[in-house]
Design a protein around this ligand. Structure first.
Ligand code: HPA
Ligand code: ZN
Length: 332
């Protein structure tokens, strides 16, 4: 079997995916029409053409503006349904999906609108296709810790549907330490914890995420390589890194995919995983991220399987389910 076929055939999991970052330009266009929203674009092609970024912030500005078309329960259902349909096509059997409540509550769209929409699509995908889904509520780090506390409190009736709490948005200038107290509360409530760190921010932000927030996984984390002591810790403790190759390329964390360090980190024994982050904005869903690692870095079959197995290991699935999926990957 060719590597490309194996990429498609292997059962996979995705651990770093922002649902708002899976909004397809065609759906954005359709919802803008439905709600009479004036977009600053005159066609679907013009939306696609606008997706050129110089750094994380230049992307986030467009990403938050795009999310404004999401207004009613059915919009959130369609958004989630579209991504889960893609999971089925790509043979993603388990996915842990981030959503940004504050992107919606700041516009007056409450949990009572987006959660039922998300959950309706998730239930349907479970029933029809057997895809398993967990949700990760993410705080926007450019906002205050006080607002993160409010966001957590507002979610209370939805806690049974949420597995983990995360931290995303503009990294530089908003270190993990800014959110230490709210993550103490999150931990006391029994949630798993993840945080974006070491994407644009320095290695020190990864230390903070580990020591102050006590995260279960680091989202991105590719800059851990700049600090040998940190690299050793991440390796020794097998702290998962949810790496997003196409995102790193499109947000200019790297200039060329051939510079990506993911296979170096894998070969050094770190628990790195492959993910798509915001696939519609960065030009590829999960399989395309694997494909580009093959084309640019020569990822071989053993490395591919190790990455796919790492994702199951790093997931929040029960241990028995992890082992069942890993056995299936091994057998292919
Ligand atoms: N980094 C930080 N915040 C985000 C991202 C990202 O890659 N995608 C969506 N929110
Ligand atoms: Zn992300």
């Amino acid at each position: 079997m060719s590597i490309s076929t194996l990429i498609k055939t292997l059962p996979k999991t995705e651990l770093h995916l922002h649902i708002e970052g899976s909004l397809e330009p065609a759906l954005m266009w359709q919802l803008a029409g439905k709600h009479n929203i004036d977009l600053p674009y005159d066609s679907v092609a013009a939306i696609e053409a606008a997706y050129q970024f110089s750094d994380l912030q230049s992307f986030l500005d467009i990403y938050y503006a795009g999310a404004d078309v999401l207004r009613d329960e059915d919009d959130f259902y369609q958004l989630m349904w579209a991504y889960l349909s893609r999971c089925r096509e790509e043979n993603i059997v388990h996915t842990e999906i981030m959503f940004d409540p504050q992107t919606h509550t700041e516009r007056g769209i409450g949990y009572d609108i987006f959660m039922p929409g998300f959950l309706r699509a998730i239930e349907q995908a479970k029933t029809e296709w057997g895809i398993s889904v967990q949700l990760i509520l993410s705080f926007l780090r450019h906002l205050s810790e006080e607002e993160a506390f409010d966001t957590l409190a507002l979610a209370e009736t939805w806690y049974p549907h949420i597995s983990a709490i995360g931290l995303d948005s503009s990294e530089l200038g908003h270190p993990p330490e800014k959110f230490k107290r709210v993550f103490d509360k999150v931990r006391a409530l029994g949630f798993k914890i993840v945080a974006h760190a070491g994407e644009e921010g320095p290695a020190d932000y990864i230390w903070q995420a580990l020591d102050l927030l006590q995260v279960d996984r680091i989202d991105h984390g590719v800059r851990c390589q700049e600090d040998p002591a940190l690299l050793e810790r991440v390796k020794q403790e097998q702290i998962p890194l949810t790496v997003c190759p196409l995102s790193n390329l499109k947000l200019k964390v790297i200039d060329d995919m051939r510079q990506h360090n993911i296979l170096q980190l894998l070969d050094a024994g770190l628990l790195v995983t492959v993910n798509s982050d915001d696939p519609t904005y960065f030009g590829g869903y999960l399989n395309e991220n694997y494909e580009q690692l093959h084309q640019a870095l020569g990822m071989n079959e053993a490395q591919l399987k190790a990455l796919v197995i790492n994702s199951f290991k790093a997931s929040f699935l029960p241990e028995t389910e992890k082992q069942q999926w890993i056995a299936k990957v091994d057998a292919l």
